[in-house]
Design a protein around this ligand. Structure first.
Ligand SMILES: [Fe+2]
Ligand SMILES: [Fe+2]
Length: 192
């Protein structure tokens, strides 16, 4: 194993996104407590689902590069603390901002110094998606804080996620191809 491969697991450790609640709940699951009862924030829920799908794609891409380097991706599953929708959105925005300002720039710098084009590609794709997630979370926070539940945060809506790089768009015909990885638009996943 090369020196780079030996360092890989700690260098590019990734955090797997939680599974969708809808995939894990069964009919025998106890009813949700009152604070989790669906309210008029279905659009925000759609955004969370789209962002989670994008993070899933990022995780798989990062893991693939780790495998190419001879390492094995490790998952650290942290407990999820579910609060109000506004608090959840703010927590998500803080996470994205850290990844945009600190985490991915650091990863990209190291990957660039090592001339690892596969790592550069997956980190760049993730970084671009996180910027869109941050913008959408910030927009949802502003709308919710202003009590505008008659806006897009109130109704379930479609988001579009690139299956290759995780780029996330809220507009159906924004592009003919993914602006990050050039994937054809018709291959995008519709997440609602
Ligand atoms: Fe994200
Ligand atoms: Fe893409």
């Amino acid at each position: 194993m090369s020196a780079i491969a030996a360092e890989t697991p700690s260098l590019f450790r990734i955090f797997w996104p939680p599974l969708r609640v809808s995939q894990t709940r069964t009919p025998s699951t106890p009813p949700l407590p009152p604070r989790l009862t669906p309210t008029a924030c279905h659009g925000a829920a759609s955004l969370f689902r789209a962002a989670a799908r994008a993070e899933q794609i990022h995780a798989a891409n990062h893991a693939r590069v780790i495998g190419i380097l001879g390492g094995q991706a490790e998952a650290e599953i942290h407990p999820v603390e579910v609060k109000s929708t506004l608090e959840n959105l703010k927590a998500a925005l803080n996470g994205e901002q850290y990844e945009i300002d600190t985490m991915y720039p650091g990863f990209l710098q190291e990957a660039t110094e090592r001339k690892n084009t596969a790592a550069i590609r997956t980190f760049h794709g993730a970084l671009e998606a996180e910027k869109t997630h941050a913008r959408l979370y910030a927009e949802a926070i502003a709308l919710l804080a202003a009590g505008k539940k008659d806006s897009w945060i109130g109704e379930a809506r479609d988001f579009y996620v690139c299956p290759i790089c995780g780029y996330t768009s809220e507009t159906e015909e924004e592009h003919e191809r993914c602006p990050v990885c050039n994937c054809p638009w018709e291959r995008f996943e519709i997440i609602r």
